[in-house]
Design a protein around this ligand. Structure first.
Ligand code: BTN
Length: 278
């Protein structure tokens, strides 16, 4: 049974002229909604924060973040597990106010919004994070965080989602080596332990801020600025085949555009990409 403690009230209420503008539905057509202050629900041990949030989705409000000290059954993409010892951040955001984008883009928007929020948080610590499509954050050529978005659709439209993120914060080299892939942590990169709570809050706040910001063209621009491997050689293992070519950006649904040697364009929505980290 998980021990729970909820922290913090609340949404930020805009005041004065901004409140008046927001009260008028057509006044700011490009501003989807004001950002909320995150509500963090701190747990000790759960199987998976994504599973925990998904099972309680009806009871949890938009902007709730389920955070655990450790997970016993952390889930990664493509059926993989996510090693979750004490020292990392394991957090799942509840999204009930969908982003203003086509349903086909929603999963990519949510995943990359969280990945960028992680980058924002790591920037503040003086690190230089990059994104590897479709969901990874890397520092110094090694993975430091991954995102797993699980969306629910009703009538073809996104109705709600749980967006989970795992960040290696105070994870030591020995624990990282058990992941089986090159991985690093904030403490390893900076050479000293870090305050995981501050980073948790910063990432949650940046996620809601980015989600509430106008338009997803800005999101694509921010993603492309951070993305490694662009225009370079890439090998993508998809559920159906392996595609080799050059990564030529993202389409409007945040699918990876790969042009192969024969000049054919492949638009890939699901896959593991292998590219140069330069
Ligand atoms: C990946 O890179 O494969 C995605 C990893 C996502 C891990 C996080 S940890 C918090 C949340 N709960 C889970 O079970 N998974 C996500």
């Amino acid at each position: 049974m998980a021990a729970e403690r909820s922290v913090g009230p609340r949404s930020v209420q805009p005041e004065g002229a901004l409140a008046a503008l927001l009260a008028e539905p057509n006044a700011l057509p490009s501003l989807s909604r004001p950002s909320l202050v995150p509500q963090l629900m701190w747990l000790d041990t759960v199987d998976s924060t994504n599973a925990y949030a998904t099972q309680r989705l009806d009871a949890l409000s938009h902007g709730t973040f389920v955070v655990a000290k450790r997970q016993t059954g952390g889930r990664g993409r493509n059926g993989r597990s996510w090693h979750s010892p004490v020292g990392g951040i394991y957090m799942s955001a509840v999204v009930k106010s969908p982003p203003s984008c086509p349903p086909s883009a929603a999963s990519g928007v949510l995943t990359l919004t969280m990945a960028l929020a992680v980058c924002d948080g790591l920037d503040r610590l003086g690190m230089k994070p990059v994104l590897k499509w479709p969901n990874d954050v890397f520092v110094e050529g090694e993975k430091i965080a991954g995102v797993l978005a699980q969306a629910t659709y009703e009538g073809g439209r996104l109705s709600s989602a749980v967006v989970g993120v795992g960040i290696n914060v105070n994870t030591n080299r020995e624990e990282l080596s058990s992941v089986g892939r090159p991985a690093t942590s904030v403490a390893v990169c900076l050479g000293r332990p870090q305050d995981a709570r501050n980073l948790t809050y910063a990432v949650a706040e940046r996620f809601l801020h980015r989600l509430g910001a106008a338009g997803y063209d800005g999101l694509r621009r921010d993603v492309l600025e951070r993305m490694v491997g662009l225009e370079g050689p890439v090998v993508v293992a998809t559920p159906r085949n392996t595609v080799r070519g050059r990564a030529m950006g993202l389409d409007e649904d945040f699918r990876l555009r790969v042009v192969d040697e024969a000049g054919r364009t492949h638009l890939i929505s699901v896959g593991d990409a292998c590219c140069s980290m330069a």
